[in-house]
Design a protein around this ligand. Structure first.
Ligand code: NAI
Length: 461
């Protein structure tokens, strides 16, 4: 089909290709999979719907899936995270992609819908945050007679409108899509929560692979990725002097650990809030003061949510903040900050994804990416090298679902440890890591094989 894509400007493709070429040199895991499986094409026949930030790194992932034989259609999972030159390069290369930086919420669901439009329908989903999975499963349940819940957010209004539109245009479509999907691989913590919730309710109709909880994903991308990309986003958005400022990081999970390290690395004085005593103790022993938001809200300069939870920074907090406080989120959804409660205040747009909001007491806040994940909205997300580890897991998960999906139950699975170790191994050479080797005697002494796996399942890294 001619022009089976929606991108900002197809003329950006040449620029995108140059950056893709550079990214490939930093993504050894994906390139190794191309070498290992490029000829045998294990994904031949797979028709993959991708819903994941349409960045340069994702472009290398897409081209790897295609090199392994898959047909792919792609949408972004966030309205601000697309890199338009990356989308253009993918479209120019012949893979349908529907993604524009700054698209509306209506377009978000419409583009996702378009990414399902393979002539024969898709058979796999590669998801980030769970929107593609939600779209199909909610639509199928509505077709099955369930009523929509009351929409409480703009997101819910938009998805319900899109589902109604599709149901009118093609009755029975969602059920048909649901029945032909063989499985989903999920990229992030928030999407994984949604999957386990579906299992609990008996509503997961196909197997799912939790890519997030591969060690080489969450302990690297979520942590070291955010360590690089959080401050990058704040700087590109505000150019503020970071050193000496007081920053509060809400949540000290993997993303929180990386975010706190990012701000500390930039010279900020970092405080942490937590609800989990283990993570709170970790933060304290990493040298961060663990506080209540209420106690620091009127004195801190920068506030970053990393919890994957909702209503963490509430309107009453924002009313207490000092003039020109910076507020942003790096968790998956924007509901960590009560942005909706700010809508009736005076907004001044400074530049794309940066707004200044005047509070009733006259103080102004700088809000990044309207509360959506700022490292992808205000900067370009994580660097290629760490995304290579994440996406190598994604490709292995897609291969597993495509080739052995029938052996799995409708449950959520994690890739086996030997593959996790393989992903790590593929990234050692690029940074000159020399790995020591166990001799047979030593291996027997600690009860492992000299070639791994090197740790039991319960080991936490
Ligand atoms: P996690 O579960 O490891 O950490 C979240 C932490 O927040 C937990 O320790 C939890 O106890 C804490 N928490 C929950 N509610 C809280 C509250 N009200 N106040 C203070 N702390 C609270 O999850 P992870 O992997 O760190 O992911 C966090 C979010 O970031 C998720 O939405 C995930 O999808 C997203 N993510 C974003 C990335 C990005 O590049 N922007 C990359 C990876 C994940």
């Amino acid at each position: 089909m001619a022009n089976d894509y929606i991108v900002k400007d197809i003329n950006l493709a040449a620029f995108g290709r140059k950056e893709l070429d550079i990214a490939e040199t930093e993504m050894p895991g994906l390139m190794a999979l191309r070498t290992e499986y490029g000829e045998s094409k294990p994904l031949a026949g797979a028709r993959i719907v991708g819903s994941l930030h349409m960045t340069i790194q994702t472009a290398v992932l897409i081209e790897t899936l295609v090199a392994l034989g898959a047909d792919v259609r792609w949408a972004s999972c966030n309205i601000f995270s697309t890199q338009d030159h990356a989308a253009a390069a993918i479209a120019a290369g012949g893979t349908p992609v529907f993604a524009i930086k700054g698209q509306s919420l209506e377009e978000h669901w419409d583009y996702l819908d378009k990414s399902f439009m393979f002539p024969e329908g898709p058979n796999l989903i590669l998801d980030d945050g769970g929107d593609a999975t939600l779209y199909i499963l909610l639509g199928a349940r509505i077709e099955g007679g369930e009523a929509f819940g009351v929409a409480t957010s703009e997101e819910e209004v938009a998805i319900q409108a899109q589902i109604k539109k599709r149901m009118e245009a093609s009755p029975g479509w969602f059920t048909k899509m649901r029945d032909q999907i063989k499985g989903v691989s999920e990229e992030t913590t928030t999407g994984v929560h949604r999957l386990y919730d579906l299992v609990k309710k008996g509503q997961l109709p196909f197997p799912a692979i939790n890519v997030n909880d591969s060690v080489t994903k969450s302990k690297f991308d979520n942590k070291y990725g955010c360590k690089e990309s959080l401050v990058d986003g704040i700087r590109r958005a505000t150019d503020t002097m970071m050193a000496g400022k007081v920053a509060v990081v809400m949540g000290y999970g993997d993303v929180g650990k990386g975010s706190a390290a990012s701000l500390r690395g930039a010279g900020a004085r970092v405080k942490v809030t937590e609800v989990d005593p283990i993570c709170a103790l970790q933060a304290a022993m990493d040298g961060f003061e663990v506080v209540l938001l209420e106690d620091v809200v009127s004195s801190a300069d920068i506030f970053i949510t990393t919890t994957g939870n909702k209503d963490v920074i509430r309107i009453e907090h924002m009313r207490e903040m000092k003039d020109m406080a910076i507020v942003g989120n790096i968790g998956h959804f924007d509901n960590e900050i009560q942005v909706a409660a700010l809508k009736n205040h005076k907004w001044t747009n400074i530049k794309e994804q940066v707004d200044m909001i005047e509070m009733p007491n006259g103080n102004r806040l700088i809000l990044l990416s309207e509360g959506r994940l700022l490292n992808l909205g205000n900067a370009t997300g994580h660097p290629s090298f760490v995304m290579s580890a994440s996406f190598t897991n994604q490709v292995l998960a897609q291969m597993e679902l495509w080739m052995k999906g029938d052996e799995y139950k409708n449950d959520v699975y994690i890739l086996p440890k030997h593959l996790d170790e393989k992903v790590a191994r593929l990234h050692l050479d690029r940074i000159g890591v020399k790995l020591s080797k166990l001799d047979a005697d030593q291996a027997a002494y600690i009860g492992v094989s000299p070639d791994g796996p090197f740790k039991p399942e319960h080991y936490r890294y």
